[in-house]
Design a binder for this molecule. Sequence first.
Ligand SMILES: [Zn+2]
Length: 166
Amino acid sequence: MFTEEEINTLCLEAEVSMNTPPTSESDTAAVLLNTVMLMLPLMLAACRRGKCIAITMNPVAIAVSGWNWGGAPFLKPLIDEAIELAVTLDCLTTHSFDQGVPGRFYACHAERQQFMHWLVTNNIVANRNLEVGKVFECQTSIKVCDNCKCFLRSAADHYKVQVVLN
Ligand SMILES: [Zn+2]
C-alpha cells in the first residue's frame, strides 16, 4: 500500500487537485483510486502508440519512452544528463534514430528516464557513498533492451546501488 507521502506525490505528478485533503484512510483510498483512473487512459494511449511505459513506486513516477515530453503525469526526460552519464560510464551507443544528437535514442528509453530521475530524487552522487544498498526498482511494459541493461548495470556499479528490473 502507498504511504500518504507517496499518494501526495502521485497526485502532484498527475496534477490532481484536492479541494479537501484526505482526513481518513477511506478518503485517501478514494483519492488514490481517482488518480489511478485519471492516469490509466494516458498509459493506455502511450501503449497503443507502441511506447514503453516504466513505473517506479518509490518515488511514484511514470515515464514514457521518447524525448518529447508528453506532460504530466509523465516524467520530464533528463536526456542530456542520461547522455552525459553514458559517456562517463563509457557505454554511449549511437542509433540511426538519434536525429542529430548522438546517444539520444537510448537516453530516452523509459527505464533510463526513471533511473536518471531516481538519482536526482535520492540525491545520489557517484563516489559519495552515503546510502549503500539503495535499490532502484522499475517495472516496464515491454522488455528491457540490452543497451539499457548494460547501462544500468554499469550505473549500479558506479553509484554503488542496486538495480531491479521487472
Ligand atoms: Zn532500452
